[in-house]
Design a protein. Structure first.
Length: 114
């Protein structure tokens, strides 16, 4: 039984916001997770939807797995690089803006038939 993985890197959203969405779908079946993500209002849900959909397509095409048997076993949102930008503040002061990026990894496994 092989694990199927998909990775999305440099997503323009902070990892903290993504982890809130990840916690909702971790451990679900792939089809159920896609339905849940499609109806969530968060920005991160759209990124995760595309990533899980890609992982499912990888499993079907490359490993000939059945879509109904796939389960999200691991889902991690890690920190990527930070873009440091500057905005002028009041009285000529320096106001830093930190734009955080994320790397997300999803691992699908087949459900055990018992």
């Amino acid at each position: 039984m092989a694990d199927v993985q998909a990775v999305a890197r440099y997503l323009p959203i902070s990892p903290r916001k993504l982890r809130l969405v990840c916690d909702q779908v971790r451990g679900m079946g792939a089809d159920q997770a896609l339905i849940t993500l499609r109806h969530m209002p968060q920005k991160g849900a759209e990124f995760l939807y595309k990533l899980v959909e890609s992982a499912v397509a990888n499993a079907e095409q490359n490993f000939e797995m059945n879509r109904q048997d796939l389960v999200i076993s691991q889902l991690a949102a890690n920190e990527g690089p930070r873009l440091k930008r500057v905005k002028a503040g009041a009285r000529g002061r320096y106001k830093p803006r930190v734009k955080r990026l994320s790397h997300v990894t999803v691992v699908l496994t087949e459900r055990d038939e018992e």
